[in-house]
Structure formats: structure tokens, C-alpha cells
Design a protein around this ligand. Sequence first.
Ligand code: C2E
Ligand code: CA
Ligand code: CA
Length: 266
Amino acid sequence: MIEHAELGLLDGFERALINDRLHLVYQPKVSLSDGRLCRLEALVRWDDPELGTVPPSRFVPLAERHGLIDHLTRWGIDTAFSQWRAWRDAGIDCGLAFNISALSLEALDFPDLVEAKCKDHGVPAEKLVLELTESATQPLVRLMDTLTRFRIKGIGLAIDDFGTGYSSLMQLRQLPFSELKIDQFFVADAAHSKDSRVIVEAIVGLAKGLGLVTTAEGVETDAQLQLMRDLEVDIAQGYRVARPLAADRLAPWMTEWEVDWAALTA
Ligand code: C2E
Ligand code: CA
Ligand code: CA
């Protein structure tokens, strides 16, 4: 049974999706060795005239439950890839990260679809990283074949929210990830808790041993940024670096960040 409130939200979301009223914002991921922009993570936004701003944590699970997730994924890929082209034509060269629901990976031809979209938009496969989150109902280990196909095509795979939820060492052992994103809980906590610091250190050691790039998520303060550098995390992302940005805010942010990084590391 779908509750009345959920039905209203679902109806609104479907209309927003069909009428192209969703949009993407992009959050920078920067190298902790030289401050350079590595990638932009695309994050979907829905600002509804009646419902107000609805967070993705509410409507993405709704789209998953009601068969709209593939439509959302395809729309997001087309939008983000066109934007990537516009940036590249403006001389901004960086990678793109995209969140994929495990449900979209159920289709065996999904890697071919993503590869075709890369070709259509002229996005080299090596520029793309797909971010995946394990959940109780959708264990990623089942999706081994699909994940391997992405890696064969040169597309990167990141395990999101690592260290909390359902992510496990078994996945790291079995699945062809290229990047590990340390959950923001540990990043925030490590600045004042020795235990969390030890956990981040262990995760970094583990990732390095397995040849994975590490990203610290949710870096909000100078102290957290400095600590992640000291712990030899490769990439930082979070409000201290940049909030998720509208596409036209990227160029001004890059100018500001260059100065900011120089001051931070002076
Ligand atoms: P996520 O992939 O783990 O994304 C990180 C979330 O943390 C984002 O929330 C981002 O805005 C927020 N964030 C970034 N830096 C900081 C920080 O320094 N401090 C704090 N407190 N938060 C920070 P958002 O945009 O609300 O997205 C929530 C989740 O929704 C994402 O978690 C992702 O799992 C999902 N999502 C977002 N966009 C998409 C999409 O296009 N497709 C799919 N399937 N899922 C999406
Ligand atoms: Ca993510
Ligand atoms: Ca995350």
C-alpha cells in the first residue's frame, strides 16, 4: 500500500523528471598533494514550487521503489556529460563522478549504455567514476559481472560511505573498485577522537595495499583537511573545499580555491 503522502511526492517527482525540472549541482574533489581539482561529483536537486526543496535522500529511494530510478540515472548521465563537455570546451579538464543506485546495475547491459553515452557525449571512459553504496537489500557482491564490465571499459568504481552501513572488507576483497570514499562520520570524528583517527589510518593503509585511491568525504574544517593530508588520504571533498556548486559557479570557485589552497599549505 502506498501512503497518501508518498503518492503526492511520487507524483510531484515524476512530473519534475518528465518536465526536466530537476537539476544537478557539482561538488569538487581535490588532490591533497597539490590542491588540484580531480573530479566533480554530480548531485541531483529537486526544488518544487509547491513542496519546496526535497532532498535526494527522500526522492532517490522513492524513485528506486517505484521504477523511476533508471529514468533518473539516464537523465543525470545526459545532463552531467553535456556539462562536462561545456567545461572541457572552456578549458576545464577534470573527471566526473556519478552516483549510481545498485538497482540500475541489475540490468546486464547497463555498462554498454554508459559506454554508449560516453561516446555520444565525447567523454573518455577514464574520466568517469561511478559511486556505489552497499545496502542491506542490494548487496554489491551479486553485481560482480556488471562491475567487472565497467572496469574493462576503463570506467572507475568508488565504494561510497566506506566504514559505516553495510560496506564490508569482503567487498573490497571481491569487487573491482578503484576508489574508496571514507564516510564523513570518521572524517569529522577523527579530528578529536583517537579511535576514529586509528580507523582512518587503517582504512588508508588497507586502500593503499589494495591499490585504491582514497577520498575523505565531508571535510568541513581546516583541522580536518590538515589531518587528512597528514594521514595521506589522496583526495578531499566537503564544505571546507566547496559546497556542491551550480555549473556556472565552478570557474569562480577555481580561482578562489587556488588562493585558499596556497594559504592553507603555506
Ligand atoms: P553521497 O553520495 O554520500 O553524497 C554526499 C552528501 O553529503 C551530499 O548530500 C552532499 O551535499 C553532502 N555533503 C558534501 N560535503 C559535505 C560536508 O562537508 N558536510 C556535510 N554535512 N555534508 C556534505 P546530498 O546531495 O543531499 O545527497 C545525499 C545522497 O543522495 C548522496 O550521498 C547520494 O547517495 C544520493 N544522491 C545524490 N544525487 C544522486 C543521483 O543523481 N543519483 C543517485 N542514485 N543518488 C544520488
Ligand atoms: Ca557519492
Ligand atoms: Ca558518501
